[in-house]
Design a protein around this ligand. Structure first.
Ligand code: GLU
Length: 428
């Protein structure tokens, strides 16, 4: 999310520039990697149920495809901006590289609020997106997936439209599809579980048993739900969860100091991750202002919503008990907060490593689609845990070795891999 003070693309560029300096990259390589290679900005006219037409602004941006087809989600959000999509596409390049999957970085977005669209209107919007873009996406070009407020049904409509236009079956055109329709078992859980696989590695390194820790979440969409489930399975206690309330057009923090029951909260949330306030109250949850998730006296803060949530201002509200920020969202921490957190000895598990489980499983989905042979959930999750644990271990080792933050160490590994690819291809 772009705010008056923070622009996610400028943040992504700042992060890149400082590591490019550290790596002493030549100017041509820097110029190539600090901005997207290709951008499509287009409009989608959609016939609404009442017979009128609404025109939606949409984007698909490819940051870099030197390591493989561009890969990344499509977000539906009223505050979507071209710069947000640019930043997210750039982070996708680093995300795929840090977990070493043969894919590049891309991202898409539509300025819309799906809360206000009927199912039929959402279907026409998804099909319209593909009609404008079908020459530019594809299994060997650019492969979309779900992101904030998009889901498996949206992906399936998009795949169906693509297949109609191309005249054949191309399940590898998009990932995050429903199971049985080219989707992978475990994809729904993958991003959230991946977050906790990396957190588990960090807790082990810090000698902190998960069962002795508490956490507070921002957001309760798909990523937060599965992260919270696995974290509580490891014995951790979730004290608070904040999420958006559509009716009141603001967010609330739902708190239970004895520990939230994740199944219970899931049973009273809608598909966009909003918890039913009245039901939560009946179940004994305290209802606090939305931004209070960050003030909780917990060991771990897990931002799992949008960009630019951890700023110097919000850092000042954090409890001194906080030891870890586990970035389940993309870009939740502004660059000027990283130094503040370091001075407070708060360890940041960086977004493009921490939340790479989703795209890793998307890659498994593509592999399964190509083979037309689908793995068991156990097999998928075992491979996912292996990838995430190894990626964390490599980043942590480099961080300790070179005295870098985990974010900088993850950037060093990812950027080096992409630089090797662009150089081997002779692009720079
Ligand atoms: N939107 C997710 C992300 O930001 C998943 C991307 C994908 O599976 O391609 O990582």
């Amino acid at each position: 999310m772009e705010t008056e003070t923070y622009n996610p693309f400028l943040n992504a560029q700042k992060q890149f520039d400082s590591v490019a300096e550290l790596l002493n990259l030549d100017s041509g390589t820097r110029e190539l990697l600090r901005r997207p290679m290709k951008e499509q900005h287009f409009t989608i006219p959609v016939k609404m149920d009442d017979g009128t037409t609404q025109v939606f602004q949409a984007y698909r941006i490819k940051h870099n495809d030197a390591r493989g087809p561009a890969k990344g989600g499509i977000r539906f959000h009223p505050q979507e901006t071209a710069d947000t999509v640019r930043a997210l596409s750039m982070w996708m390049t680093w995300k795929c590289a840090v977990v070493d999957i043969p894919l590049g970085g891309g991202k898409g977005g539509v300025i819309c609020d799906p809360h206000n669209l009927t199912k039929a209107e959402q279907e026409r919007l998804c099909r319209g997106y593909v009609r404008q873009l079908y020459g530019q996406i594809g299994p060997v070009l650019d492969v979309p997936a779900p992101d904030v407020m998009t889901n498996g049904q949206h992906m399936l409509w998009m795949m169906d439209e693509y297949e109609k236009l191309m005249g054949g079956h191309f399940p590898g055109v998009i990932t995050g599809k429903p199971v049985g329709m080219g989707g992978s078992l475990g994809r729904t859980e993958a991003t959230g579980y991946g977050v906790i696989y990396t957190l588990k590695g960090l807790l082990e390194y810090m000698n902190l048993p998960a069962a002795n820790t508490t956490a507070s979440f921002q957001g309760f969409g798909n990523v937060a739900e599965y992260a919270a489930r696995m974290y509580t399975e490891l014995g951790g206690t979730v004290i608070a969860v904040s999420c958006w309330d559509q009716e009141d057009a603001k967010s609330y923090t739902y708190r239970k100091l004895a520990g939230c029951d994740i199944d219970e909260l899931v049973s009273i949330k809608n598909t966009f991750g909003s918890i039913d306030k009245n039901k939560a109250q009946d179940l004994g949850y305290e209802i606090l202002p939305g931004d209070e998730w960050i003030c909780q006296e917990v060991d771990i803060l897990i931002p799992a919503a949008l960009e630019n949530q951890i700023t110097p201002d919000t850092c000042a509200q954090m409890s001194p008990k906080v030891k870890i920020i586990c970035e389940a969202a993309n870009g939740p921490t502004t660059p000027d907060s990283d130094a503040i957190l370091q001075s407070k000895n708060v360890v940041v598990l960086p977004d493009f490593l921490c939340n790479a489980g989703g795209v890793t499983c998307s890659y498994f989905e593509q592999v399964q689609c190509n083979m037309n042979y689908f793995w068991s959930k156990e097999e998928v999750l075992e491979k996912l845990e292996y990838s995430m644990t190894n990626a964390f271990a490599a980043v942590n080792e480099l961080a300790q070795d070179k005295k870098l933050s985990l974010r900088d160490a993850a950037y060093v590994i990812a950027i080096n891999r992409v630089v090797d690819a662009v150089k081997l291809r002779g692009w720079v």
